[in-house]
Design a protein around this ligand. Structure first.
Ligand SMILES: [Zn+2]
Length: 272
């Protein structure tokens, strides 16, 4: 089975807010910008207030804060409608129906703040490549739906060889890309077979930008390769493995699988 067999028995620890971790990430991104030429264009400005944790008691008097901090803009992402995605099929043989009690592997749409759910970004390679990037994105979806019997493409994002980033499965839906650990894991697939070839420089830059944005937007803690979770696969390939520390460090994420947490139950507690 490929789907997530996690138990949904506990609430994840809260990790919202503009924590020290985030401030470190922002600082780290700023420092890294000097060493990666393309990164300078990534940095934009966003009001600090948008990320302030409302639950945190306000100190009196409030500390002096900069009005704005350098953060990361959302990278350009080709939406499903533009690459010709098929609609999810909820009759799919290996991902049938919707998540509920007794249907733990059904299509799960996360409720509430995604920052409380996502922890880890999981990096994959596609192995296949067809003609160009959009054709490859469609081919991956076809493979997942027609051959593996899933409801939709399993990954949340695709990163093409030419640096085009594609919207995959909706981000508020649990992915199907890392057996046993799908809950709270964002799936990002880089196109290519990195056992045999190396990722393209523009592809790495686009992926780095995407991962940095996801790390900040979702307050992620970890980055892992697919094979770090599932030792039956070499995904994302040895030539991508060489870049994993860079991808993690640039987004101030820890490398590895320790960030995984099962989901809390989605069901309401019975009254009686
Ligand atoms: Zn993989």
């Amino acid at each position: 089975m490929i789907l997530d067999m996690a138990h949904y028995s506990r609430k994840p620890p809260a990790h919202h807010g503009l924590s020290r971790r985030q401030l470190l990430r922002i600082g780290g991104m700023t420092a890294l910008g000097g060493s990666i030429a393309c990164l300078g264009s990534i940095l934009g400005y966003l009001a600090l207030d948008e990320l302030t944790d409302a639950r945190r008691p306000t100190p009196s008097p409030p500390p002096a804060r900069p009005t704005h901090l350098k953060l990361i803009d959302r990278p350009p992402i080709t939406p499903r409608t533009e690459w010709g995605a098929r609609a999810p099929d909820h009759e799919a043989r290996n991902e049938t129906g919707f998540y509920q009690d007794g249907q733990a592997e059904g299509w799960l749409e996360y409720e509430g703040d995604l920052r409380a759910i996502y922890r880890t970004v999981v990096v994959h390679h596609s192995v296949i490549y067809e003609i160009d990037d959009p054709t490859t994105m469609r081919a991956i979806q076809d493979e997942h739906m027609d051959e593996r019997g899933w409801a939709d493409i399993g990954y949340h994002f695709g990163v093409g060889k030419n640096g085009q980033v594609f919207e995959g499965r909706a981000l508020n839906a649990r992915g199907t890309h890392v057996e046993g650990y799908n809950s709270g894991s964002v799936g990002v697939v880089f196109f290519g077979n990195f056992e045999e070839e190396s990722p393209e420089p523009g592809q790495l830059t686009a992926g780095l930008r995407l991962i940095n944005w996801l790390a900040l937007r979702l307050e992620l803690t970890h980055l892992a390769g697919h094979g770090d979770f599932n030792d039956f696969t070499r995904c994302p390939g040895r030539n991508m493995a060489a870049y994993m520390p860079l991808l993690a460090e640039s987004a101030l994420l820890s490398l590895g699988t320790d960030g995984y947490r099962p989901l809390p139950t989605a069901s309401p507690t019975p009254e009686s």
